[in-house]
Ligand binder design. Structure first.
Ligand code: ADP
Ligand code: MG
Length: 702
């Protein structure tokens, strides 16, 4: 695993203690078995029954020695969260006792009932069987006395029903194409290219006392009502601010829990919004980074409760306050330790770097719609384009230096090949780009940060699997196209220079180094023909586009049927999310807000009568009562409108896509005016009458 240098003394004792790591495997497995397993892990070969049997026995011994009584196949269904079903190791013996057993078969394959997980029509409920298959590339670990075995999940008929399967397939696809490119550069030593990911995770923490009193937070993860507090993030005093004791205690507890499971939690700090924080791990191969991010999210929620806190992972828990995202740092690594997006120190390496860089640029431009849908969710619709997160328009930030080099290449000057065969830019080597940290742009959805790309659109609660299998596949496709062309070239250096130049010319439009939050960029992007996909409902359409179906099919990442099912699941998820939000809003409005406002109005009316009868001045009370009254009328009318909108949307049965559109245009649209009235009423009535915790309570009272 990773070496974590900071606090090595404390960490040494706990880091990875609950992981069936390479070191544990080496120690506990016979040499030949260990070698066979490594080969399987590294080269993706099939695992023999014999090897599985021995590994299972060793795993069980180790797990039991660490207090485990159960094992579970841990998988990632289309719900976006993980699923687990625990079986104990016990097996009865003839004398009425039990022994601990765990077979190779149990390790390799599980058969959970698949009928209760979303399948988007891939299987009907009477064919409910599903399989989980051991993913030996992600290490097993122990949590809460169970041995967790990372697995892929598929239907009886073989279709993927999860987020991990396409991710693993995409890593193979990318490996295959990237190796072709490396071979062209004369590199025959590299055996495998993987993608690496470091996801920075944002989250909110609020006091559980307040959470428990908010139906909206409990049922939907976000506040559906809530007036702006007098103080928001205006003073910018929270970002990197000093940690409160309670938060620091939570973070330190969280770190320990994660470290024990081998998650390399590295950086922690306060974020821009009050009560918002961030955790970043050290990057890992994509598959493990994905598993670890799921574990991180789960552990955050669990550890928060221990501290009387609730961790909110929703993309927009509070209106008017920055929401949370996940920065997906992504790069390509070889098994001999090269980062393929690191500019090299020789012209040869630079050319290779430029080719990979260009491949990513082309991929992002050609398949911006697929990347957009990878970050699409009802929660993220509140963020993207809201001047706090990247806009819904995908563009790439390259920085001035690289853009300048690309400009030179585009204008022809710098691509000449010198010395017959030596690939050169015709100038000296690229400058030390990775050392240049002044060149930063926080507004770009897809930024080159020196030796990796940072995809910043992903939502905080989303799995990173889709973003990454999309990235891997689209880059595999461009690398494949490049390899096709270069392999057929007579004069490789010449062909390479021409290819880079041509690709830059064709995809220059996707590069934008300016401020992505401005209206000018929205207009400029439209002129450049870049798609601006504002909502999830529109974004989902990308999945059914022929070019995208063909792409996923060609690289064997998702079949047409699997793609179709994913579109269906996304529509259904959108519909259900909005349905629950609308019903929750209606219930809070009817049963909490209306009664509170009516009670306060009654109180005011009483005062007016009493004080008025005694001849006192009641003009202030009357004015207030009047404003409350008219707001209350509007509130109640908007409540009825929302109620009706839900009925109308529910009545749409032609297709999930149509129904999702109805939910967006009718239901979502009807929620905003109701909220506006509700929030104004909160500002008008006495604090003692308001039935739910306020934004000030939740954001500042930790
Ligand atoms: P920032 O300034 O954005 O916080 P960092 O250098 O701290 O940048 O990196 C942020 C994240 O990027 C971390 O999770 C880090 O591990 C990850 N990262 C660094 N190098 C790579 C790489 N080659 N591939 C993927 N992720 C990486
Ligand atoms: Mg970052």
């Amino acid at each position: 695993m990773f070496e974590v240098k900071e606090k090595a003394v404390d960490l040494g004792a706990i880091f990875g203690v609950n992981v069936f790591s390479d070191a544990v495997m080496r120690q506990s497995l016979p040499k030949a078995i260990y070698k066979a397993l490594r080969k399987t892990i590294e080269e993706g070969l099939a695992l023999s029954e014999e090897v599985a049997e021995v590994v299972a026995a060793a795993m069980k011994e180790w797990a039991v020695s660490r207090g485990a009584t159960h094992y579970t196949h841990w998988f990632q269904p289309m719900t976006g969260v993980t699923a687990e079903k625990h079986d104990s190791f016990i097996s009865p013996t003839a004398d009425g006792k039990v022994i601990m057993e765990f077979s190779g078969r149990e390790l390799v394959k599980g058969e959970p009932d698949a009928s209760s997980f979303p399948s988007g029509g891939l299987r009907t409920t009477f064919e409910a069987r599903g399989y989980t298959a051991w993913d030996c590339t992600s290490p097993a670990f122990i949590k809460d006395n169970s041995l967790y075995i990372p697995t892929a999940f598929c239907a009886y008929t073989g279709e993927a029903l999860d987020k991990k399967t396409p991710l693993l397939r995409s890593m193979d696809a990318l490996n295959k194409q990237a190796l072709r490119i490396l071979r062209l550069f004369g590199n025959s030593a590299v055996r495998r290219v993987t993608t690496t990911v470091g996801p920075e995770q944002e989250y909110f923490l609020i006091d559980k006392r307040y959470f428990d009193q908010r139906k909206d937070l409990i049922l939907t993860g976000r506040t559906l009502f809530g007036a702006r507090p007098p103080k928001g993030q205006d003073l910018e005093d929270h970002y990197f601010g000093q940690l409160k004791d309670r938060i620091a205690a939570f973070m330190s507890d969280l770190d320990s829990e994660l470290w024990k499971m081998g998650v390399s939690a590295k950086t922690k700090h306060n974020e821009v919004a009050p009560a918002q924080h961030e955790l970043a791990p050290i990057f890992n191969t994509t598959n493990i980074a994905n598993d670890h991010n799921q574990l991180t999210m789960e552990t955050m929620k669990k550890v928060a409760l221990r501290h009387g806190l609730v961790c909110l992972l929703h993309e927009k828990p509070f209106a008017g306050v920055n929401g949370s995202g996940k920065h997906n740092n992504w790069s390509l690594a070889t098994d001999d330790g090269q980062n393929l997006l690191d500019p090299g120190s020789t012209p040869h390496e630079n050319m290779q770097f430029l080719l990979f860089l260009t491949a990513v640029i082309k991929a992002v431009d050609d398949y911006a719609d697929l990347l957009r849908v990878a970050a699409a969710s009802p929660g993220n619709d509140h963020r993207l384009g809201a001047n706090e997160a990247p806009p819904a328009i995908i563009s790439i930030f390259l920085g001035d230096q690289l853009t300048d080099i690309f400009d030179q290449l585009q204008n022809g000057g710098a691509t000449s090949c010198k010395n017959g065969g030596t690939l050169s830019l015709g100038t000296s080597n690229l400058p030390d780009l990775y050392k240049d940290s002044t060149d930063r742009n926080r507004t770009s959805p897809f930024a080159f940060t020196g030796n990796k790309f940072e995809f910043r659109m992903v939502g905080s609660s989303q799995t990173i699997a889709q973003a990454n299998f999309t990235l891997n596949t689209i880059v595999a496709e461009t690398l494949g196209q490049f390899a096709d062309r270069l392999e057929a070239a007579d004069d490789l250096p010449k062909a390479l220079a021409a290819l880079i130049k041509e690709t830059i010319c064709a995809h220059r439009r996707i590069i934008f180094n300016g401020n992505n939050y401005t209206q000018e960029w929205v207009e400029e992007a439209a002129r450049r023909g870049l798609p601006n996909t504002a909502t999830t409902v529109e974004a989902i359409q990308a999945i059914r586009r022929e070019k995208n179906l063909a792409l996923m099919e060609k690289h064997a990442v998702l079949s047409r049927g699997e793609m179709e099912s994913r579109a269906e699941i996304l529509y259904e998820n959108y519909i259900k999310t909005l349905h629950i939000e609308a019903l929750t809003m209606i219930e809070m409005a009817r049963r909490q807000i209306l009664p509170a406002v009516i009670a306060y109005k009654g109180h005011l009316a009483g005062v007016i009568v009493q004080v008025g009868a005694a001849g006192g001045d009641v003009s202030v009370e009357q004015a207030l009562c009047g404003e409350i009254s008219s707001r209350l009328t509007a509130f109640s009318q908007n409540l009825e409108r929302l109620d009706k909108a839900v009925d109308q949307a529910e009545a749409v049965t032609s297709s999930a896509a149509d129904k999702a559109v109805a939910y967006r245009d009718l239901v979502f649209a009807a929620m905003a005016p109701l909220r506006q009235d509700g929030d104004r009423l909160e500002e008008l009535i006495a604090a003692a009458y308001w039935p739910i915790p306020t934004y000030s309570d939740m954001l500042f009272n930790i």
